[in-house]
Design a protein around this ligand. Structure first.
Ligand code: GLN
Length: 192
């Protein structure tokens, strides 16, 4: 099982470290040929407008979409989740999503006052929930019926969603020492 990490911008080193802790290689993906042979791809958090620009420069939009159509599993955190969505609210004008999941997502949805916070959030199948680090986090809106909610607030606001081979979370599990969301991805989605 080979899972790569998109390494254009953002917290790709931390994701790679998580995967190393879990005993997988985690090659870095920067160009289309780096996708060859991968079973999964992590799209890290960072700044989604920059990631979008770099995806264009690195000619990765079509190859990632094709790899996904051919069976690649994907996992996006925060800005990565934004990139996986079909529609971005508050996108920069030229910011094109990868559009692999039937969700609409709103960038920077939590406002200035509380633009970064940490809290424990429930997560399906993970006992006691996981620590969620939220940094200018996006909010999932308008999920299609195909999308399963794996984590939500008490008010029913989705924090982690899955659609088939795609997983997206609004927070940063890679910035904690809890590997269980990554394990979920490897076991339940990539290895499925
Ligand atoms: N607000 C950022 C964006 O729009 C995402 C922040 C993050 O990944 N921590 O891309």
């Amino acid at each position: 099982m080979e899972v790569g990490v998109l390494a254009l911008q953002g917290a790709f080193r931390e994701h790679r470290q998580m995967l190393h802790t879990l005993g997988t290689e985690a090659p870095l993906v920067r160009w289309p040929q780096d996708l060859e042979g991968l079973d999964g791809l992590i799209v890290p958090g960072g700044e989604s407008t920059t990631i979008a620009k770099l995806l264009t420069i690195h000619e990765l939009y079509a190859p990632i979409r094709k790899a996904y159509a051919d069976g690649l599993a994907v996992f996006g955190t925060c800005a990565g989740a934004i990139m996986l969505a079909r529609e971005i609210e508050d996108a920069r004008e030229d910011q094109e999503p990868l559009a692999l999941m039937d969700v609409r997502i709103r960038r920077n949805a939590y406002g200035r006052q509380i633009d970064s916070f940490e809290t424990t959030v429930p997560f399906d199948g993970i006992e006691g929930g996981v620590k969620g680090v939220f940094i200018r986090a996006p909010r999932f809106e308008n999920l299609s019926d195909e999308v399963e909610i794996l984590s939500q607030t008490e008010d029913g606001e989705a924090l982690a969603v899955r659609q088939g081979r795609a997983l997206a979370v609004a927070f940063h599990p890679e910035l904690t020492d809890d590997t269980r969301v990554h394990e979920y991805f490897l076991q339940q989605i990539v290895g499925h």
